[in-house]
Design a protein around this ligand. Structure first.
Ligand SMILES: *Cc1c(COP(=O)(O)O)cnc(C)c1O
Length: 308
């Protein structure tokens, strides 16, 4: 969409993407090319993938600690390559599958300003953060910015049906239409599937009629209270919580020798899937406080079992 937009503006050199290290955007060929090239799961496809540009993962967690050096490399890459860059794509506020990494809204504001300055579209991949997960309906609201293109998915249908959505501003839509061809030339067979769309509409209605803000706040508080104590364990590097996301990061990755782990976790009566050096939980907003405690307790049991 972004590339076709620039094509229609007569800027046919703008065909590359700029993204962040530690990002994850999916498993198809287009998206594999913007996943982290080192920690991604797609190393074997390296030769086939498009070559895009990567800026460091944002390091600043709170706006108060933000410093100009946090955006310096991103700024340098965009200023040197903007003639070739169609869009920046990134996960706002939380980088998910690439490391459950949180970063500050100020970074996003800076990215938005640089995209405007250099005529680059901003694509926000909210697939993991959309519909309240980080405490706001969309994570980007925390930075008070607006993307040019946004990707929605996952909880869009509460997981009941497969559906994803790509939305854009009028500027992008009309920019594409301005060209003679006039339409986006991509339409898989089941695009706009009516069953999936009605599930999504119903799911969004249920969410918006609920007290999701109150629920996410309560989950956040409970995750803080019950996960933060694990910070003192030797194996644990960092415990962090944002909205209804709780993460326990270990110093060492879990490796093949831990083949016993999945069964051990199930034996605790919970489904938790650790990956690399991360044990994380993203519970549904309707979870009861008792069930959430069961999850956080299990995380503690896992950490202690790993330490022994
Ligand atoms: C899961 C995920 C995707 C992939 O979505 P699919 O619908 O499985 O292609 C993309 N981006 C982010 C941030 C995700 O978490």
């Amino acid at each position: 969409m972004a590339i076709q937009y620039w094509f229609a503006q007569g800027k046919q050199n703008k065909q590359r993407l700029l993204t962040l290290r530690n990002g994850y955007h999916g498993d198809t060929f287009g998206t594999m090319a913007v996943c982290d090239p080192d920690n991604g799961m797609h190393g074997m496809f390296e030769q086939v993938l498009a070559k895009h540009l990567f800026a460091p993962s944002p390091s600043c967690i709170n706006d108060e600690d933000y410093a100009d050096e946090d955006i310096a490399q991103f700024r340098q890459i965009i200023s040197e390559n903007h003639h070739e860059i169609a869009a920046v794509i990134l996960e706002p506020i939380v980088q998910n599958a690439g490391g459950m990494h949180f970063y500050c809204p100020e970074y996003l504001r800076q990215v938005r300003a640089l995209c405007d300055q250099y005529d680059v579209l901003l694509i926000l991949d909210e697939i993991a953060t959309n519909f309240g997960r980080t405490g706001t309906l969309f994570a980007y609201e925390q930075a008070d910015i607006c993307p040019d293109i946004i990707c929605l998915g996952k909880s869009l249908t509460a997981g009941y049906m497969t559906l994803a959505v790509t939305m854009c501003t009028n500027k992008v839509a009309q920019g594409i239409a301005a060209d003679g061809s006039g339409v986006l030339m991509h339409g898989p067979t089941f695009m706009g599937n009516p069953l999936a769309c009605s599930v999504a509409c119903e799911s969004i209605d249920i969410l918006l009629e609920s007290d999701w803000q109150g629920q996410v706040k309560a989950i956040e508080q409970q995750l803080f209270d019950e996960l933060l104590p694990y910070q003192n364990e030797d194996l644990v590097k960092n415990v962090r919580v944002k909205g209804a996301i709780g993460v326990v990061e270990l110093h060492q990755p879990l490796d093949e020798q831990m083949a016993w782990l999945p069964e051990f976790i199930v034996d605790q009566g919970v489904w938790i899937r650790p990956f690399r050096n991360l044990i994380y939980i993203m519970p549904p907003y309707i979870i009861s406080s008792d069930d959430l405690s069961r999850l956080t307790t299990a995380v503690g049991v896992i950490v202690k079992r790993l330490s022994s």
